[in-house]
Design a protein around this ligand. Structure first.
Ligand code: DGT
Ligand code: CA
Ligand code: CA
Ligand code: ZN
Length: 576
């Protein structure tokens, strides 16, 4: 049985092979397959289950033709069209396409003239000086290809959001300090709050572009200039990330910010809406399609949306997953904001593997404006994290009570635990211990590669325990390189709903688990979520925005997040 990921890969491959075959003739198919691949990759349910219900076409980006292909893949494990293309075009050329300065035409040229079917062969040919004599090529473009191959090796995976944000903010600070810069903003996937970032996109408003481009390419973090133009430059940073900068005059800043924030799918919908109104839309402006050339400039994104008779759509929603329809119906959700968060329900102290004492964590929490927290150290079987025996758990209770007395009404400190769900599915403390705790978060940390039936049963056992309030980082993924556990999320969601067990969005950028797609699905079903930092130190509290952005991408309102609730309401919920 093919997984969602394998099916998504098949569509991506299909798109790439068609690009090689004839990118112009197949342009619509290519975009459709890429969209389908992206939608499938983010899908919160197995395609198999959706196909069995006959509901494939309800997936964004999946129409009749793509649904038929998904069925073909599910039934036969392959696609006839894909097999035909593979027979025609060597698959290795798809990797060659990932070399920055090589488009489909060049890739096919190298293949047809020199038999090149892999990046390694391309590199060897470039080193031997064999590319420079080909039509449209020269010594310079040959050198460029070698540089691009080196860059490819460095940027083989997408970057974690925190890594990209840190790198972006350093550049933005420099740009903002330049006197002629009127605005400098992060755009692209980073602004939309994605958990991984392909490259950084920055936008500056100014009337004087040249000095800004100079400062950008000469920034100390830049290791290589990929291209430098009057309004557009690209560099590679020490972190290995690519960073693109566009510069526009301020009266066009709104259109440009909207365009470069994307997503591409969202932009395409905006362009369609513009065309319905007799306007074309690109990064520069709306232009009348009546031949007059009349331009409408937008300094802000609000103006762009207003031109399309839409309210402002927050960047996190701009994925063409229903936000345009919701905006048209004036039914956009009121998304949760950082300021709504009143509590953190998951944190560690020196009792297990945290850096700070209960008192220090309480100070940190109160400093950050939190009204209540739950201390949740690890339970006994997690030896590597110095998990608490029952005896130590009760000793910790005394300390929490002492600190609570010091803090009085300024901060409520609940006693909880991050309870191990053991490999055999049993829980790490007996029920009478769990009953005596204020809050129980149950988490999987071990044996994450068990088969689906086993690991799902484990998690269900925890969800179904009446003392378990929250499931911590439910899928067990680590970004970028640990795949989530093979859980039957339909079953997990059903049990969470039936037992009123909340699911966590772990805000740590290494986790962001639940991811936005699963969180969205959980919310649609009526499941409650918690956004927790899982802090092990003072600095860890700062990860909260990543969790909030993930929740916003899941269309979450404050009401659906239990740690936005008043203390009274939260207490009532943990009691029942
Ligand atoms: P990434 O970098 O892979 O994490 O994702 P993005 O969304 O940042 O993509 P990127 O950096 O390629 O482009 C930034 C934005 O620019 C993208 O979200 C939408 C816009 N854009 C780029 N290329 C196209 C295009 O060919 N058509 C349209 N409509 N928009 C584009
Ligand atoms: Ca980008
Ligand atoms: Ca980019
Ligand atoms: Zn934890």
């Amino acid at each position: 049985m093919l997984s969602n990921r394998q099916i998504a890969d098949a569509f991506d491959l299909l798109a790439d092979l068609l690009r090689l075959k004839d990118a112009t003739a197949y342009r619509f198919e290519i975009i459709a397959y890429q969209r389908a691949a992206e939608a499938i990759r983010e899908l919160p349910r197995d395609l198999q289950a959706i196909a069995a219900e006959g509901r494939l076409q309800e997936i964004d980006g999946v129409g009749k033709a793509i649904a038929a292909k998904i069925n073909e893949l599910l039934q036969s494990g392959t696609l006839r069209l894909l097999e035909e293309l593979k027979a025609e075009i060597p698959q290795g050329l798809v990797d060659v396409l990932r070399v920055n300065s090589v488009g489909p035409k060049k890739a096919m040229l190298f293949y047809q003239q020199l038999g090149i079917t892999s990046v390694a062969e391309l590199e060897a040919a470039a080193r031997a000086g064999k590319l420079r004599n080909l039509p449209t090529m020269g010594v310079k473009s040959e050198q460029k290809i070698l540089e691009s191959i080196e860059a490819l090796a460095r940027r083989n995976t997408r970057a974690r959001a925190d890594v990209a944000l840190h790198a972006a903010e350093r550049i933005v600070r420099t740009l903002q300090s330049l006197p002629s810069v009127l605005r400098a903003e992060i755009a692209g996937s980073l602004r939309r709050g994605r958990s991984t970032i392909g490259d950084i996109d920055l936008l500056v408003a100014t009337y004087d572009a040249a000095p800004i481009m100079d400062a950008f390419v000469n920034h100390p973090d830049v290791t290589r200039i990929l291209s430098q133009g009057e309004t557009k430059s690209s560099v590679e940073l020490v972190s290995g990330l690519q960073c693109d900068l566009r510069v526009v005059p301020p009266e066009r800043f709104g259109t440009a910010l909207s365009y470069f924030t994307g997503s591409q799918a969202h932009n395409i919908r905006l362009r369609e809406l513009a065309l319905e109104r007799g306007l074309s839309l690109n990064e520069w402006a709306f232009t009348a399609t009546d031949g007059s050339g009349r331009e409408i400039l937008c300094a802000t994104e609000e103006e762009v949306y207003a031109q399309l008779d839409l309210p402002y759509i927050p960047p996190e929603l701009r994925e063409d997953r229903g936000e345009i329809e919701a905006a048209r119906a004036n039914a956009l959700p009121k998304l949760v904001e950082i300021g709504d968060i009143r509590a953190d329900l998951h944190m560690h102290t020196t009792w297990s593997d945290g850096r700070l004492s209960v008192r220090e964590m309480a100070w940190q929490a109160r400093e950050r404006g939190l009204q209540y927290i739950v201390i949740t150290d690890h339970s006994q079987s997690l030896g590597v994290a110095n998990g608490l025996s029952v005896e130590r758990l009760w000793a910790q209770r005394e300390e929490i009570e002492r600190v609570q007395a010091e803090f009085g009404d300024s901060l409520r400190i609940y006693h909880g635990v991050e309870l191990e769900i053991r490999a055999d599915g049993t829980l790490d403390y007996p029920d009478d211990v769990l009953a005596a705790l204020d809050v129980v978060i149950a988490s999987l940390h071990t044996a994450l590669r068990q088969d689906r039936a086993t690991i799902t049963a484990r998690l269900l056992n925890a969800i179904n325990n009446p003392h378990v309030d929250i499931i911590g980082h439910p899928r067990g993924q680590l970004i970028p390189d640990r795949e989530p556990a093979d859980l039957d999320m339909d079953a997990v969601f059903a049990a969470a709903l039936a037992t009123d067990t909340a699911l966590e969005i772990n805000a740590n950028p290494h986790r962001l688990d639940l991811d936005s797609a699963h969180a969205h699905q959980a919310l649609k079903l009526g499941i409650k979520l918690a956004i927790n930092t899982d802090a092990h130190s003072a600095a860890d509290f700062a990860v909260l925005p990543f969790g909030v952005r993930t929740a916003r991408r899941a269309w979450a309102s404050a009401e659906q997040i239990i740690n936005t609730w008043s203390r009274e309401r939260f207490e009532e919920w943990i009691r029942t």
